[in-house]
Design a protein around this ligand. Sequence first.
Ligand code: ZN
Length: 141
Amino acid sequence: MTLPAPDACPCGGSPTAIRRKGGAVGYTDCCGRFIEKGQLPPDALHLMRSRYTAFVLENESYLKHTWQAGYRPNTVEFEVGAKWLGLDIKDYVPTGVHEGHETAELEFVARVRVAGRAQRLHERSRFVCEEGQWRYLCAVT
Ligand SMILES: [Zn+2]
């Protein structure tokens, strides 16, 4: 088993992140650009990765900022003692422009261990781009 570098990005490395020698992708060069430096994720794929990382870091303000206002909860609940194990993107489809906004759908599996039990969160989600900022809308039902 290879342990990730201590500062490795929880999302596992987005497509445009700068890979260091050995292939590890640091948080600062990956989701940290969006979560802490205010850069705009170029697409829903990068946004999804940064939101996963924000869940791992329990960064409520970033999660709310990237939640479309009509769907945004007042508070974000974090499972106590949850250990996030990884994110797999299964599908990503730009779904065109609706009412002047770019939209996309993305299917992911996030693995998490809570109280010793491994769980899989499997969701197909909808995203919208508002003034250059991609935001999460809701699950596709
Ligand atoms: Zn990342």
